[in-house]
Design a binder for this molecule. Structure first.
Ligand SMILES: [Fe+2]
Length: 398
């Protein structure tokens, strides 16, 4: 590019900002202008600095940049014939964006503040053009911003979903590991979670309650990690001392989970899923609505599942028999309102159970997706009805 005022005058004449200015004045301006050259990445003006110049781009492109905490945002890209720096001239305040060279090289004409102010005084039409240009640019920036913000929101939502999925996968793996150790409840977690959520839907549980219930269902027996294999897998009747240890699993569950921030919502179910509506449950003997609603819902789902699957010490009850048992315990073991919701969704609940059976016929001894632990299912005694205590004094749903 030739550094000639004549060439510059031509360049200035072709900018919409200066096109209305008489030739002789343009020549004067061009003679007083400073020719400045930059290379890619150079800053022409920096955020936070006062601006006393108006720049006209002769060749090349610049990015208008806003520095944000999590990176920079390109507000606009300007090319040949476009002015920048005018905001500083108008309000005399530090600029709130940087201007950086985006192309391999940039040539601008820098007009001083005094020259521009003089121009505005003698040719008010320039001011009008300047306001018009600013207005157009701000409108375009609004559109660009909206698009950029939407893209960022989408990106954030996607990354949240990925994070949530990795939490869920971790939880599921952890829970299945616990199930595998228990050896008595393959697929139990998926079923009790599905049953619980069906009942919750019937009760119009708010979304935060549903999330607590979902997490709690997956982790309800995590405290059993503190119960020894000798007790957990004992075939005969548990002694009083052994029962005492088994009954500590809700409290042990609390101490495992309470330090993990994103799992704290599961505490209600973990700690209170063996409490009874009439206060005869454990570990605290809570009564009625003192028991978190999520735990009251889960208790019904857990017992329904425990009754309807085979276990080494009992045969599977029919769903109808399990339903009758649960209905008979409304007001004693279970919250009557939750039992009513269970009754209302019973058919759908059985559908879920049947689908789980189709996927995994011997689910009682084979956690979902895992190798069966025994070559063939053992023979089980016929169910005894009614009865609160099943084989060996072991209460269902522990
Ligand atoms: Fe339990």
């Amino acid at each position: 590019m030739t550094n000639s005022p004549i060439i510059w005058r031509e360049a200035m004449r072709h900018t919409s900002l200066l096109s209305a200015i008489p030739d002789d004045l343009l020549v004067q301006l061009a003679e007083r202008a400073t020719d400045r050259q930059f290379v890619r990445g150079d800053f022409v003006c920096r955020d936070g600095e006062y601006s006393n110049s108006l720049y006209l781009i002769i060749a090349g492109e610049v990015d208008i940049i806003k520095d944000l905490r999590d990176g920079e945002l390109i507000l606009a890209r300007l090319g040949a014939g476009q002015p920048f720096g005018e905001m500083g001239l108008i309000d005399d305040s530090p600029r709130s964006a940087s201007v950086r060279v985006a192309s391999d090289s940039l040539q601008v004409l820098e007009l001083s503040r005094d020259d521009v102010v003089n121009l505005l005084q003698t040719h008010p039409g320039v001011l009008f053009e300047m306001v018009k240009l600013l207005n157009q640019r701000l409108r375009q920036m609004d559109i660009d911003h909206a698009q950029i913000m939407q893209a960022k929101i989408d990106e954030l939502a996607e990354s949240n979903q990925r994070l949530q999925k990795s939490y869920d996968d971790t939880l599921l793996a952890l829970s299945q590991a616990l199930d595998l150790r228990d050896q008595s409840s393959g697929g139990h977690l998926q079923r009790v979670t599905a049953y619980s959520l069906l009942i919750a839907e019937q009760l119009n549980l708010p979304p935060e309650g549903v999330e607590s219930l979902r997490l709690g269902s997956l982790l309800h027996d995590i405290g059993k990690i503190g119960v020894s294999d000798a007790i957990l897998h004992k075939n005969g009747k548990l002694t009083e001392d052994e029962w005492g240890l088994m009954r500590k699993h809700p409290a042990w569950g609390r101490s495992i989970i309470e330090g993990v921030d994103f799992l704290r919502r599961a505490l209600g179910v973990i700690e209170a899923h063996h409490e009874w509506w009439d206060g005869r449950g454990y570990p605290y003997g809570l009564r009625g609505t003192a028991i978190p609603l999520e735990a009251r819902i889960f208790a019904v789902a857990d017992v329904f599942d425990a009754l309807t699957v085979e276990r080494p010490y009992k045969a599977a009850w029919s769903p109808d028999a399990a339903r009758e048992q649960i209905l008979s315990e409304a007001g004693t073991h279970f919250d009557p309102q939750v039992v009513a919701a269970f009754r209302a969704v019973y058919e759908r609940l059985v559908e879920v159970m049947r689908r789980a059976e189709e996927l995994e016929p011997h689910h009682a001894l084979s956690p979902a997706g895992m190798r069966p632990l025994t070559a063939a299912p053992p023979q089980f005694p016929k169910p005894q009805l009614p009865g609160k205590m099943l084989d060996g004094g072991r209460r269902v749903g522990v």
